[in-house]
Design a protein around this ligand. Structure first.
Ligand code: PHE
Length: 526
């Protein structure tokens, strides 16, 4: 088959080396004749393989070496040899034999007797050993001196093979396997090797300053680079899918004109619960639901009194929490259970700023925060003790549930999520409260997306806010699961996450529709 010129001009130096030193294909042989190391030759061979010019075949090599005992006997001679050497000159009593140790005596005797090399006579003062004519004729060479170096099995003669079988039984020889590679050229590879052998083409692999200066490029050709060839995928650092997914949410908020907030993870109950009118006997406050920390936080006196009044007396037109409100409970430190804590810190800051600048209310605005939160929950496929929420709120005049629904539809529409159902729900701090669920055709399942509502006046009045605020917390961990197409959070984070998938998965794109095309599902176990 005629070779393309392109091929001859594009061979890498390592490929050329392997082709022109191919011999019988053994890597060792190619190394020997080319002077290259094994790793380089293998690289060249693999490159040829990628082009379909060669196959790299792993042919494990069996070889033999001496054990420590074998090495000792190689030096001192086998016990039977030593014994025979001592009696060759004339019969000797066993007790007088010096060079054979106690443990070696019976195997040595057994061997010599079996092979008719000695006679054994029982006498009153012990055994008398004498060499037979055959024994006297044995020349004292070591029968396994060929093993002084490791010997590949393929190089052994039939005789050596059977000798080795015996020595192995006696623990003098051991067998090992070593990975060996061989290169086998395909017919195209053979043609390339043949052409290379007669080719007059001299290639320059790299354009360097010297090549230009000494004009060595004259009468030579530059190697053509094959930009289509695949290369091994490097190990590079990359973002975790959770972070990537959070960044997608963040980008959407920024695009929609939201400002980013941030707040502390270590909170106190006041900001996490009391300021938003969550009663002090609410089940969410129990130790089973919240991670409490040691210590108490200092609270803002002025705000504390307003919040206390709201808890104890409420607003006339709503029901009232009866009983005493405890500042001690409110100041307990905890890991933030939701980022609404930060929402209220920001609302307080905005209200203070408005107050200081003599404004009657806070300005309209839109805020968001993709935040890390903690709940003392039983861990399962959809719940972890730590999770991400995308918190947000919009301040306006007379905002309604319709505005909230509009926001939810627009936001999720940008993620390719369209079939949305709204459902009333309950939050102590919003009224009305609303959940949104999404129907996933592929999974044939409804997923909860968001918990939301309009902040109750009981939460805003202590802050002096009269405007309407629509607010929500969306499951950001859930979004990561939807965008990656993973069924369970445990496939995305933690020890059960598939490391290969983390490294090789395609980057997330801003649509759950991306799941259809991406091979990330290969990472789903079971
Ligand atoms: N804090 C709520 C949660 O964790 C979400 C929410 C935020 C609901 C703001 C209403 C208003 O589920």
């Amino acid at each position: 088959m005629p070779l393309s010129n392109e091929l001859m001009y594009s061979l890498h130096p390592l490929e050329r080396t392997v082709l022109s030193n191919i011999g019988d294909g053994a890597i060792k042989g190619i190394c020997a004749s080319s002077g290259l190391g094994e790793a380089e030759v293998l690289t060249g061979a693999h490159m040829l393989q990628q082009r379909g010019l060669a196959k790299v075949i792993q042919a494990d090599e069996l070889y033999f070496t001496l054990t420590d005992l074998g090495k000792k006997y190689l030096k001192e001679g086998l016990p039977e040899q030593r014994m025979l050497d001592e009696i060759r000159g004339g019969a000797k009593r066993l007790a007088d034999i010096k060079t054979v140790s106690k443990e070696e005596v019976s195997p040595a005797l057994g061997y010599l007797k079996r092979n008719n090399l000695i006679t054994i006579k029982k006498e009153v003062d012990g055994l008398l050993l004498a060499a037979t004519p055959a024994g006297n004729a044995v020349i004292g060479t070591n029968p396994f001196s060929f093993l002084s170096d490791e010997v590949p099995a393929v190089q052994l003669t039939a005789e050596q093979r059977s000798a080795i079988a015996l020595f192995k039984e006696r623990g003098l020889v051991k067998e090992s396997v070593r990975k060996r590679y061989r290169v086998e050229l395909t017919s195209e590879g053979k043609a390339a090797a043949a052409e290379l052998a007669v080719s007059k083409i001299e290639l320059i692999d790299e354009l360097t300053e010297d090549v230009l200066k000494d004009k060595s490029w004259k009468n030579k050709a530059f190697r053509h680079y094959d930009v289509g060839i695949t290369t091994p995928i490097g190990e590079v650092g990359r973002r975790h899918p959770m972070v990537e997914s959070n960044n997608i949410l963040r980008d959407i908020f920024l695009e929609m004109g939201f400002q980013e907030m941030s707040g502390p993870i270590v909170e106190c109950a006041f900001w996490d619960m009391d300021v938003m009118w969550i009663p002090q006997d609410h089940p969410a406050r129990e130790e089973q639901a919240t991670f409490y920390l040691d210590g108490h936080s200092k609270l803002d006196k002025r705000l504390v009194e307003k919040v206390r009044a709201m808890h104890e007396h409420g607003i006339k037109r709503t029901h009232t929490y009866k009983g005493e409100w405890s500042e001690d409970i409110a100041s307990r430190r905890l890991l933030r259970t939701h980022s609404t804590a930060t929402t209220f810190r920001v609302l307080y800051r905005l209200s203070e700023e408005a107050r200081k600048s003599g404004k009657s209310d806070i300005d309209n605005g839109k805020y968001f925060y993709v935040a890390h939160n903690f709940r003392n929950e039983k861990v399962d496929a959809t719940h972890l003790a730590e999770f991400f929420q995308a918190e947000g709120f919009i301040i306006g005049n007379g905002l309604s549930l319709a505005d909230l629904m509009g926001f939810v539809k627009e936001f999720y529409g940008k993620l390719g999520i369209h079939k949305i159902m709204f459902k009333p729900t309950y939050n102590p701090y919003t009224e009305p409260s609303m959940e949104a669920h999404y129907y996933d055709e592929k999974m044939d399942k409804w997923y909860a997306l968001i918990n939301s509502g309009i902040f109750r006046p009981e939460t805003l009045e202590p802050l002096g806010i009269k405007k309407t605020i629509i607010a929500w917390g969306m499951g950001a961990s859930r979004m990561a699961a939807l965008l990656t197409g993973k069924m369970s959070m445990r496939e995305i984070t933690g020890a059960t996450c598939d490391f290969e998938w983390l490294k090789r998965r395609p980057n997330l794109i801003r649509s759950i529709a991306s799941r259809e095309k991406e091979p990330a599902h290969a990472g789903v176990k079971g």
